[in-house]
Design a protein around this ligand. Structure first.
Ligand code: COA
Length: 196
């Protein structure tokens, strides 16, 4: 793996900035996930609502390009709470003891995406670590239950299985639900994390 390109910076993105730039942010989501424009457009309203949730935090990676500085990756999350769709799905997926141990006060890593031509250069890991610099005991997320870059990153950096092969309503793909105690410590002590 090569190093991060020069002049890339990771910064916090305040909620008003996210709302103002949500189309640009979601374009990265669409390209990273390979989703068509209909799926991306359908995400807009939810993503705007997410920026208003308690504990919302977003981070972005800006790279120097010939056209100037450009957002090439982002992540965001918020505090989970009963009544939120994802929280209630996860609570149903976990046994009572696991749910009680992991859900209260958890920070959900809701989105983490890097543009395809900027992937595998350390940005995703930097974004993940910057994102979970939060005063909460654990981070939770769900990711397609298959061997992806995302799954490898989460496993390498301390996320453990809470549930596997879980089917969210309306999505035919199996998902893994993963959790990590915070602060996050990469297992491999990768230099991509400046605090490792
Ligand atoms: C997942 C994602 C955010 C990771 O960001 P990234 O910048 O590509 O990843 P990094 O370069 O920081 O690498 C972090 C880890 O990811 C995994 N990874 C990255 N590139 C990889 C590749 N080409 N092959 C296998 N694993 C890879 C490795 O575990 C790597 O750790 P290592 O360098 O110690 O081996 C990014 O690849 C992405 O946007 N993927 C598509 C969207 C997606 O799946 N988002 C997550 C949804 S849950």
């Amino acid at each position: 793996m090569t190093g991060t390109r020069p002049a890339t910076r990771i910064v916090e993105l305040p909620p008003p900035w996210m709302r103002e730039h949500m189309h640009e942010v979601l374009a990265i989501y669409g390209l990273a996930m390979g989703y068509d424009s209909g799926i991306v457009a359908g995400r807009y309203g939810y993503a705007i609502q997410h920026t208003e949730r308690p504990g919302f935090r977003a981070v972005g990676a800006f790279a120097q390009t010939t056209a100037g500085e450009r957002l090439v990756g982002f992540g965001y999350g918020y505090l989970v709470a009963p009544g939120q769709w994802w929280h209630d799905q996860v609570r149903a997926a976990l046994d009572r003891r696991t749910a009680k141990k992991w859900l209260p006060g958890a920070f959900e890593v809701c989105e983490l995406h890097v543009l395809p031509d900027h992937q595998s250069q350390g940005l995703g890991r930097q974004l993940l670590h910057a994102l979970v610099e939060v005063p909460h005991p654990v981070a939770l997320l769900s990711t397609p239950d298959t061997d992806t870059k995302a799954f490898r990153l989460y496993q390498a950096d301390g996320f453990v299985d809470l549930a596997r092969n879980y089917h969210f309503p309306g999505d035919s793909r199996p998902f893994a639900i993963l959790g990590a105690r915070l602060p996050l410590h990469p297992r491999d002590g990768s230099p991509a994390n400046p605090r490792a």
